[in-house]
Design a protein around this ligand. Structure first.
Ligand code: BTN
Length: 258
């Protein structure tokens, strides 16, 4: 696993050559009593998990990292953590692209994708861990970033950092990610700072004020992407002026999606 893999003080780090899924490994460790915070990274995953039950293709050369945390919070307030992770992924990619030729424009796509020139380069999967009666609740925040290559996905376009001229290896991208995560986690302040996180996320967001399409289980909505509510749900205004609050779905911006 190339690069220098560092975590801030107070965080643990486990590096694996291969694993089914770093999120699955985090769940196993939480169930075995791991208190965290613990980063679990793998050079490759054999059963990488994506959002909405999809697979996450996980060949060597990209970043696969999960952070196991125990938080004194309910499931609903934990969702803000995925915006924290998205901001950290943005900063890590930004560091990797510094001075890169041709580089590209980074943006965030609801709910928590990182886009490069509006094409997906990173995804985040937040999973609650049911550890029985013990509290605080455990959560794993999994981040996959296309560093040196990208998979061909039928449903949406993908890219990677090296295609845009970055040369940074996964370990160094991870070191930026883990550092940025701590900074945004402090801003989030166990949900008390969600308003600041939302503002920062919206400043980097793609598609605000644009006509978009959202795929939900069994239906599709079109309208203007207005913003996010206090729970991080997307607010969509349809052609008749009705407002929809969407907690989960796939957002399609123009021709791209993820
Ligand atoms: C998405 O579908 O956009 C989310 C992808 C999340 C992938 C990461 S890679 C590290 C962690 N382990 C997994 O199995 N999934 C997440």
């Amino acid at each position: 696993m190339a690069g220098s893999w560092h975590v801030p003080d107070g965080y643990g780090l486990v590096r694996l050559e291969d694993v089914d899924s770093t999120n699955a490994e985090a769940v196993r460790r939480a169930n075995a009593g791991e208190a965290g915070p613990l980063w679990i990274c793998a050079a490759q995953q054999t059963l990488g998990r994506g959002r909405q039950g999809r697979d996450w293709v996980s060949e060597p050369g990209n970043l696969y990292a999960s952070l196991l945390l125990r938080l004194p919070l309910t499931g609903k307030s934990v969702t803000g953590l995925s915006f924290v992770a998205a901001l950290a992924a943005f900063d890590a990619a930004d560091a990797a692209l510094a001075g890169a030729d041709p580089g590209g424009v980074l943006s965030l796509k609801w709910p928590n994708d990182l886009m490069l020139d509006r094409v997906k380069t990173s995804g985040i999967l937040l999973e609650a861990v049911s550890t029985g009666a013990d509290t605080p609740a455990a959560v794993t925040c999994g981040i996959g970033m296309n560093v040196s290559h990208h998979p061909n996905i039928a449903d949406y376009e993908t890219t990677d950092l090296h295609t845009h001229g970055a040369v940074m290896v996964p370990g160094d991208v991870f070191t930026h990610l883990s550092k940025a995560f701590v900074q945004w986690f402090a801003v989030w302040d166990m949900g008390e700072g969600f308003t600041s996180i939302r503002r920062e996320w919206l400043e980097r967001a793609a598609g605000i004020g644009e006509d978009v399409r959202v795929k939900l289980p069994g239906e599709e909505l079109t309208g203007t992407f207005i913003g996010l509510d206090d729970d991080g749900a997307m607010i969509l205004r349809d052609a008749a002026g009705g407002e929809h609050r969407i907690l989960a779905g796939d957002l399609f911006l123009g021709a791209t999606a993820g």
